[in-house]
Design a protein around this ligand. Structure first.
Ligand SMILES: Cc1cc2nc3c(=O)[nH]c(=O)nc-3n(C[C@H](O)[C@H](O)[C@H](O)COP(=O)(O)O)c2cc1C
Length: 450
């Protein structure tokens, strides 16, 4: 059977592009409107997307640091997704939670709950959180170093999985006649004692319907790739061209193979921000219209964040070159990507922030539905991607364009589904349900009964 594209929809209610909130179609209260997020979820589900994805940082992103003023304040992703799971049936939910500032017990419990509430549609985007902003909200003066963050992340994820496995799938008997609520043989403490965490367990939630919610990761550095190769089932990545995407794909799948993992246990999904028009000129007009709305201070804020926060660009002329910045303890790979784009294009600071304003370094594509589908098909068939994380530049228009114009073209080519295949996110993504490390229950009993 030929491979099919997997599609995520990255849909922050305030819009993706730095200036999206100033676009006339974008609801001004989009970031804090449940009704608007429900509308987006319904539209993404109509387009048969695998999952709705939301990024998250644990600090208020004032000054446009993470992609525009509309990202300064909004919903906590798991809380929002619990609400969205009530008005949808099929689409999965990829919520971001931090291994640096959250405890494994909290994370395991909240994702188990979302998986139950949504009937097996939860996924965890495991992030280490970068920047000093979150650190200062959690009793630290500065963030942990890059390697320390990943060491903590590896132990954190292991503890979360142990907690999800602390109950067997069939532990709850709830037998009125015998008075046995659960089988004591099928629950156990985990008694974890590691370098970062001490957790007794068991979890105060049953084993999730999917066994484990799907694990998503976006590490790009050496340590980040090793972590992703060892544990991620979906990998988000920022790739500007097919050759780099193929190199990343081969590298991560190679690292995973060395750890005994099969190639199809990991889905690699680069970001793609499309401007779509019936003609190229129409698509270009949509791109130009959004870029004309960028406020210089927001452009600078974004570049400051993406270049690692080690240099304040406000002191440099907008039409001059990007200065060299000291190395960062934040997102190392993104700092390097920005440097590379600046060196290869010779962009001024103003041109560079306009270039990354759409999607913070993710591939921006301006074209007709056929041109967009051509690129997606080429990356799929030449092993640069297993799918894409689609970042519509503004909402709902950018998502509507994709659903009504690009999805039918992908279906016509036989590289995207015409209906959802399964009930859970795992089933739709073609990922196995993990066995419980401690119980004898088989590895793939489907969703737990009920
Ligand atoms: C599509 C995508 C989404 C991401 N979402 C978040 C996020 O919500 N919160 C966060 O702290 N980091 C997020 N990151 C950053 C990654 O977790 C990671 O730190 C980054 O890709 C740099 O990799 P490195 O830390 O290995 O250098 C995201 C990255 C990508 C590519």
């Amino acid at each position: 059977m030929s491979r099919k594209l997997r599609l995520g929809a990255f849909l922050p209610g305030g819009g993706q592009h730095v200036a999206a909130w100033r676009h006339p179609d974008q609801p001004l209260d989009g970031a804090v409107s449940l009704a608007f997020h429900q509308e987006l979820a319904a539209l993404a589900e109509r387009g048969l997307f695998d999952a709705y994805f939301l990024a998250d940082t644990l600090s208020a992103e004032i000054g446009g640091r993470e992609g525009g003023s509309a990202k300064a304040a909004g919903f906590e992703p798991l809380t929002l997704f619990a609400a969205l799971s009530v008005t949808t049936k099929h689409i999965g939910f990829i919520a971001t939670a931090s291994t640096s500032y959250e405890e494994p017990y909290h994370v395991a419990r909240r994702f188990a709950s979302l998986d139950m509430i949504s009937g097996g549609r939860a996924a965890w985007n495991v992030v280490t959180s970068h920047g000093d902003g979150p650190a200062r909200n959690f009793g630290l003066a500065a963030q942990y170093g890059h390697d320390a963050r990943y060491a903590r992340a590896a132990e954190h994820l292991d503890v979360v999985k142990q907690l999800w496995d602390s109950w067997d799938d069939d532990a709850f008997l709830r037998d009125r006649a015998t008075g046995v609520y659960f089988d004591p043989e099928k629950v156990r403490p985990i008694r974890h004692e590691g370098a970062f965490f001490r957790v007794e367990g068991p979890l105060n939630a049953p084993r999730p319907p999917q066994g484990h919610p799907v694990i998503v990761q976006a590490g790009q550095s050496e340590t980040g790739r090793d972590f992703a190769a060892a544990s991620a089932e979906v990998i988000f990545t920022t790739q500007q061209d097919l050759a780099s995407a193929q190199a990343f794909y081969a590298d991560v799948k190679g690292r995973a193979a060395a750890l005994g993992r099969a190639s199809d246990e990991i889905l690699i999904m680069p970001g793609l921000a499309p401007f779509i028009g019936a003609t190229k000129a129409e698509a270009q007009a949509k791109y130009d219209a959004l870029n004309a709305l960028i406020l210089p201070e927001e452009g600078i804020g974004l570049l400051n964040a993406l270049t690692g926060g080690t240099l304040d660009l406000a002191g440099y002329p907008l039409d001059g070159p990007l200065p060299q910045a000291p190395a960062t303890e934040g997102m190392k790979s993104r700092q390097q990507l920005l440097r590379r784009i600046a060196d290869e294009t010779g962009f001024s600071i103003r041109e560079l922030y306009a270039w990354v304003a759409t999607a913070r370094g993710h591939l921006t594509l301006i074209g007709t539905p056929v041109e967009i589908a051509d690129l997606m098909e080429e990356w799929l068939t030449s092993r640069g991607a297993d799918g894409f994380n689609i970042l519509p530049p503004w909402l709902p228009g950018g998502l509507e364009d994709f659903v009504t114009l690009v999805i039918p073209e992908l279906q016509r080519r036989g590289i995207f589904r015409r209906e959802y295949e399964g009930r859970s996110l795992r089933e739709n993504l073609g990922l196995k349900r993990p066995a419980n490390r401690w119980s004898s229950v088989g590895s793939d009993p489907g969703l737990a009964a009920e």
